[in-house]
Design a protein around this ligand. Structure first.
Ligand code: DC
Length: 225
C-alpha cells in the first residue's frame, strides 16, 4: 500500500501521542508531535520575555526561532530542538503547559507552525498528532482519527506522567490545566479543536494500548479493501 498521511486530533492527554507513536512504529512511518512545536515556541517566548499580545514583537520573535526534530538513539524517539538546543524535557513542564494554549491562539504562531508541519508531510508516510491536523494542516489526509476519553481518566494518566518528573505536582493542578487547555483550544478563533467531518471517533477510556492500536490498524486494513 502506498504511504499515506494519518492525522490524530483530540483533547489534551487522551493518548494521541501514544497511539501516533505505536502506529508510526508499526507502519515504519515518521511520527510528528505538532504540540511540541507550540510548546517550544512558548518556551522561547517565556525565556525571552516576549509580550505575545503585541503582534510586532511576536512576529519579530518568530524570526529568531528555528525548530526541528532530531532522533535520539537513547530514548528511541524524535526530540524537539529549539535553535539547536534539545528542549524535549523542558517543554513538558507545567510552566510551559500553563501558557501554551494561549500562545497557540495567535494567528502568526499558527501560520509559522502549520507551514512547517505541511512541509514535513510532503513525502507522506507520517502520523501527526495535534488539534487541527485533520481540519487545517492536512484536510486531504487519507486517515483521520479523533480521540477522546473521560476527563477523570485523562487527568489520572497525565498526573502519573507528571508526578514522575515532579512529585510536588497535584491532581488539581493537572485537572485545572487540562480543562483550561481544552477550553481555550476548542474556543479559539483560528483553527479551533474540532472533529473533522471525515474523522473516525476513538474513545479510549476503556481500551488498553494494544486495543487502541488494533482499532487503528483495523481502519488501515479496511482502507486497503
Ligand atoms: O499536544 P500537546 O498537549 O503537547 O499540545 C500543547 C498545546 O499546543 C495544546 O494545548 C494546544 C496547542 N496545539 C495546537 O493548538 N495545535 C496543535 N496542532 C497541537 C497543539
Amino acid at each position: 500500500m502506498e504511504k499515506i498521511i494519518i492525522t490524530i486530533d483530540g483533547w489534551s492527554s487522551c493518548g494521541k501521542s501514544t497511539l501516533a507513536k505505536q502506529l508510526a512504529a508499526q507502519l515504519g512511518y515518521v511520527y510528528i508531535d505538532s504540540g511540541a512545536m507550540y510548546r517550544a515556541i512558548t518556551l522561547y517566548f517565556l525565556r525571552n520575555h516576549i509580550d505575545w499580545t503585541d503582534d510586532e514583537k511576536t512576529n519579530e520573535a518568530l524570526n529568531h526561532i528555528e525548530l526541528h526534530f532530531e532522533y535520539n538513539d537513547k530514548s528511541q524517539q524524535s526530540e524537539m530542538h529549539l535553535n539547536d538546543e534539545n528542549v524535549e524535557y523542558m517543554i513538558r513542564d507545567l510552566v510551559v503547559a500553563e501558557k501554551v494554549s494561549e500562545v497557540a491562539t495567535i494567528a502568526a504562531v499558527r501560520t509559522f507552525a502549520v507551514a512547517q508541519q505541511q512541509k514535513m508531510g510532503e513525502q507522506k508516510g507520517i502520523v501527526m498528532d495535534g488539534r487541527d491536523i485533520g481540519t487545517t494542516v492536512f484536510p486531504e489526509a487519507e486517515l483521520k482519527i479523533f480521540m477522546t476519553a473521560d476527563i477523570t481518566v485523562r487527568v489520572e494518566r497525565r498526573f502519573k506522567e507528571m508526578y514522575q518528573k515532579n512529585p510536588n505536582v497535584t491532581i488539581d493542578e493537572v485537572k485545572n490545566n487540562l480543562e483550561m487547555r481544552d477550553y481555550i483550544d476548542s474556543n479559539r478563533e483560528v483553527s479551533p479543536l474540532r472533529r473533522a467531518a471525515d474523522a473516525i471517533l476513538l474513545d479510549n477510556t476503556n481500551l488498553t494500548m494494544q486495543e487502541q492500536l488494533q482499532f487503528a490498524m483495523d481502519l488501515m486494513a479496511e482502507m486497503k479493501n
